[in-house]
Write a protein of this length. Structure first.
Length: 747
């Protein structure tokens, strides 16, 4: 009986605690709503729309970001005595006129992280980061009436002890309505600092009034940069000495919703960082404002990072990488019977470090053999630094390059918290540009985000030079990372196509072999490969004597782990067919009626077989239509869905950041059905070619087959905006080809 009473008491206590938490949240929500809806902001009062925006999908009447940062000191019985609690509030408010169904879909619901909480430590030493998000929305109808959206209509997406996510549907929102909504995040942080922020001055829709404002406690330091032509912040101090800043801009045209942009290089951006200063928080000064972090500052920070890595390398504080490389160099010398050339050393060191990082320590890692492993990567900067130091030890001339990704701000626009990317430039009989971009990287593959980037170099004689800060200054050396040619990044699809003609259920059977090379293969490897398959190739290529599972089997205590891996390998095969079904569906925007077979021919991991090759055989419906005694076949569907450029994206002012130069080629053999003759073959011959790329298709009848060869090429990884019309010529030609048809007439 006593136990029952205790359980009842605990249940009541927990319920009361939850009720108190809800009451506190609701109280804060009401206060925020009264503050925002109860105060007048002139930017949000005027709802007139200029004539030039009458045909836009939507118009942002006003958009405001507001930041507030305070500090609360309190005592903790922990190592961090005198801990400071950061209180940070972030507000986004937008007022939007909805002018068509596309915008209606964009603004019809709001998803948000309502509550998030994480803790560290115990009892009085416990430290907590806590986030509460509050939203509000109201709709002004065409007749001028205002309807507030009830938060009680929000749907719970995730309900866990320390995290709750919700989605609020804006009910009864219609074209012609004005939606006014806000999102307020209130954060209390004891464990972590405030994340850096970036504010794009503009968006997918025109903005009539844009503002950014903040009130930052004088105990913080502020670092910011206004880049790509963004106006500077206006900064003042209030009576308490706190920093206040504002930025106001009017009449911003929309950023065209187009592909291949690098927003942090092409649009006006304010980059912003708030830091708590002193002691464990950093060496900044309270109240300090930094707005001109220089390239030299960035380089010096990276040199300091390298000093630590060089010291760890000298003292061999790693996990065995040096010994693993040393053993493989010994095997190389033994195999050659002489001192190996620089090219062999470069290849051996690079591949040994990657194998060690991705495969050698597999016994100490969690058993997860599925596709999630395909996303794993090493620390690219640690890898590059360690690679450079190893190569230097074995007499290979090399230097470290610091650069910024094509999709990050330029080097000169980086800030103190940014991490430039490291790459190694090694010199053998040719130049090697080496980095690691994930488990499928290879020695001759420069990541697409690095191609063409200008960087600075660090030259040094040995690890001691770096550690003792005697390496040459970074800004004394310049480097430009090479750009690959289109033919190095290629997909070749060979299709054997047969038609089954029927008055009720005609089908198309396709046996397709796809070969991917260069930068075109990684996405396919990530989506289609299982760890078991490419590990098998990797350990053989590395020259290992047996697999890690065989190693486990030899030791009694490790045998259960070997069984776990075998079981997991088998389990990952159970749904493997679905992966190939999705692959076909993704290419043709249509699920196949049946997948007859699928096979990985080459994983693309072996050094002497670098292409990724796979084969599928499947049946498609809906491509053949009966026309009297004849049949109409949508032959253009065989090259899959192609890029369609909408009317509002056909004029472009932004330069074009393509992923990399590339080619997609189709070699199609289409069997002519018995008793039928094809018409329309000649119309499949098309040719558009210029300095930006090409689309070429050639078709001819050969015996009982129609042979069709199609080639689409993007010749460069970057084009100025002025070349967009030239690109549209072959982009449109490819899109038009997908509408091509052949008529098979009854003889």
């Amino acid at each position: 009986m006593k136990k029952s009473i205790s359980l009842v008491f605990i249940t009541i206590f927990i319920s009361c605690l939850a009720c108190a938490q809800n009451t506190e949240y609701d109280k804060s929500a009401a206060e925020i709503k009264n503050e925002i809806w109860g105060s007048k902001d002139p930017d949000f009062e005027n709802v007139g729309i200029p004539d030039q925006y009458k045909n836009e999908s939507a118009v942002i009447i006003a958009k405001r970001y507001s930041l507030d940062a305070k500090v609360k000191k309190h005592f903790r019985f922990s190592a961090r005595i005198g801990n400071k609690e950061i209180i940070f509030r972030y507000l986004l408010r937008q007022k939007v006129l909805i002018q068509d169904k596309s915008a209606l879909e964009d603004f019809s619901e709001i998803s948000y992280n309502k509550i998030s909480k994480s803790t560290f430590g115990m009892l009085f030493g416990k430290q907590t980061d806590e986030l509460n998000t509050y939203i509000g929305a109201r709709v002004t109808k065409k007749d001028g009436s205002v309807k507030e959206v009830m938060l009680s209509e929000a749907v719970l997406l995730k309900d866990e002890k320390n995290q709750k996510d919700e989605k609020l549907a804006i009910s009864d929102l219609q074209v012609g309505d004005i939606l006014d909504y806000y999102i307020v995040s209130l954060e209390k942080r004891e464990m972590s600092t405030i994340d850096p922020m970036q504010f794009l001055i503009g968006g997918d829709y025109p903005i009539l009034k844009f503002s950014l404002q903040g009130n930052i406690d004088k105990i913080y330091a502020i670092e910011y940069k206004c880049i790509n032509g963004a106006p500077d912040l206006h900064i003042t101090k209030d009576a308490d000495g706190d920093n206040q800043f504002t930025l106001k801009v009017s009449d911003l045209p929309k950023y065209p919703s187009i592909q291949w942009v690098s927003l942090l290089r092409q649009v006006k951006v304010v980059r912003f960082k708030i830091s708590l200063c002193g002691g464990i928080y950093g060496n900044c000064q309270a109240g300090e404002i930094t707005y001109r972090t220089t390239e030299h500052d960035i380089y010096e920070k990276q040199k300091n990072n390298l000093r630590g890595l060089a010291f760890a390398y000298l003292k061999d504080y790693g996990t065995g990488e040096k010994d693993f490389v040393k053993e493989n160099i010994k095997l190389l010398k033994k195999r050659l019977g002489k001192e190996p050339p620089a090219d062999s050393i470069i290849s051996t060191v690079y591949n040994s470090l990657r194998y060690f990082g991705y495969y050698e320590t597999i016994a100490n890692r969690k058993v997860y053999p599925g596709k999630s492993r395909n996303e794993s990567d090493l620390s690219i900067n640690y890898f590059s630094a360690f690679l450079s130091l190893c190569l230097t030890d074995y007499g290979v001339d090399n230097q470290i390059i610091f650069y910024s990704s094509r999709y990050m701000p330029r080097l000169e626009d980086l800030m103190s918290y940014d991490q430039p990317v490291f790459m190694v430039h090694a010199k053998g009989s040719r130049d090697y540009y080496l980095s690691d971009d994930g488990i499928f990287s290879q020695i001759d593959l420069v990541p697409g985000y690095a191609e063409g980037e200008k960087g600075v170099t660090l030259d040094y004689d040995n690890a001691k030079d770096i550690f003792r800060d005697k390496a040459k200054h970074l800004d004394q050396g310049k480097a430009t990372i090479p750009v690959s040619k289109a033919d190095k990044n290629k997909i070749l699809q060979k299709l054997q196509v047969s038609l089954a003609l029927s008055s009720s259920n005609s089908t198309t059977t396709i046996e397709r072999q796809i070969t991917c090379k260069g930068l075109m293969k990684e996405d396919f490897q990530k989506s289609l490969l299982l760890f078991e398959d490419y590990y098998t190739d990797a350990w053989k290529d590395q020259g290992e004597s047996q697999t890690f599972i065989q190693d486990f089997d030899e030791h009694k205590r490790d045998r259960p782990l070997a069984d776990q891996w075998r079981t997991s390998f088998a389990k990952s095969r159970e749904t493997y067919k679905d992966v190939f079904m999705e692959d076909v569906k993704g290419d043709y925007d249509l699920e196949p009626k049946e997948l007859l077979s699928y096979k990985i021919n080459q994983t693309g991991v072996k050094l002497h077989e670098p292409e990724f090759v796979y084969t599928t055989k499947f049946v498609m419906g809906d491509w053949i239509k009966k026309a009297g005694n004849n049949y109409l076949f949508e032959v253009g569907k065989l090259i899959g869905t192609q890029m369609q450029v909408k009317e509002d994206a056909r004029k472009r002012t932004f330069d074009i950041y393509e992923p990399f130069a590339r080619i997609t080629e189709f070699q199609i053999s289409l069997n002519i059905p018995d008793g039928y003759g094809p018409e329309g073959v000649e119309a499949l011959n098309k040719k558009i070619e210029n300095e930006c790329g090409k689309f070429i298709s050639a078709a001819a009848i050969q015996g009982n087959q129609i042979i069709i060869n199609v080639k689409k090429e993007y010749s460069n990884n970057f084009e100025p905006a002025g070349n967009w019309p030239k690109m549209l010529l072959f982009i449109d030609a490819a899109a038009d080809f997908t509408n091509s048809k052949l008529l098979f007439k009854k003889k």
